[in-house]
Design a binder for this molecule. Sequence first.
Ligand SMILES: Nc1nc2c(ncn2[C@@H]2O[C@H](COP(=O)(O)OP(=O)(O)OP(=O)(O)O)[C@@H](O)[C@H]2O)c(=O)[nH]1
Ligand SMILES: [Mg+2]
Ligand SMILES: [Zn+2]
Length: 307
Amino acid sequence: MKGVVIKSTGSWYKVLCGKQRFDCRIKGRIRLDDAKSTNPIAVGDWVECEQENETQAVIASIYERTNYIIRKAANLSKQSHIIAANVDMAYLVVTVHSPRTLLSFIDRFLLSAEAYSIPCTLLINKCDLCTSDTDRKIIQNWIEIYRKAGYEILCVSAHTSENIETLYRLMAGKTVVFAGNSGVGKSSLLNAIAPEAASRVAGISKSHNKGKHTTTFAEMYELPNGARIIDTPGVKSFGLLDFEKGELSHYFPEIFNVSKQCQFHNCTHTHEPQCAVQRAVQQNEIAPSRYENYVSCLIDENTKHRK
Ligand SMILES: Nc1nc2c(ncn2[C@@H]2O[C@H](COP(=O)(O)OP(=O)(O)OP(=O)(O)O)[C@@H](O)[C@H]2O)c(=O)[nH]1
Ligand SMILES: [Mg+2]
Ligand SMILES: [Zn+2]
């Protein structure tokens, strides 16, 4: 029987086959394509199961993925971690307050989502906390940066329910993944959208103003309108997988658009003369922060020259 993985702890899996849920282990010698991954089977994967009894089954094989979102398990690690598979889109949850999300984190996430062809929308959560002029300016600035880059960006609040209905409507019938740093309110948003899901939520650590890594395993929740939300554990950083230097700019949509007008077709947009990208940055058509983060990814130790 075919089912979708709705929870994965790495050693056992919860699989939904039709309306029935099974606790599953992986069958002894299953063939896995991606042995470098810490979790070869991820939430969102379609699998073939063999039923053992009322509640248990074994995963015998895994169906090919349409896409997946992946990051390096740790910066120096050779292993990767698949956050979710077979998703229609990703919502990157970010916050101005408690904690403040770094733009470098956002841009690295967006880069990976582009590389794996996953449309991404940004959600600025905890907007209820942003009452000061300074906070409002930051929000305006973020909206400008990411709209210019071609991304949708929406202010929401899990506490006051701002834009929660809109979000629910936007997700109808889609499989979406909620990603972001720990403590930005991914699980809280899920609970606001689907109170029956009741995912665990915890406070922000007072000493560090950071999340407490409350959600430990990714899990998929089904909503009455056919949406499926994958709530994921917060990540601290987003380690890049091995990109080639030349392909990197393809994953910054606004840089890629303008780069067609550069003098050299293999322009890296760093030192070359007649670079349309650098000109666009000077004219503020491309946000300086986006350009800086592009350059920082370019010189990242994991980004390679073509072999
Ligand atoms: N003021 C305010 N607080 C919020 C909002 N959303 C979440 N919080 C609080 O932020 C804290 C962290 O929320 P969680 O939902 O656990 O965050 P998370 O992103 O799931 O964190 P991890 O599971 O650790 O990745 C909790 O104390 C929430 O009550 C919001 O919209 N406004
Ligand atoms: Mg959580
Ligand atoms: Zn250029």
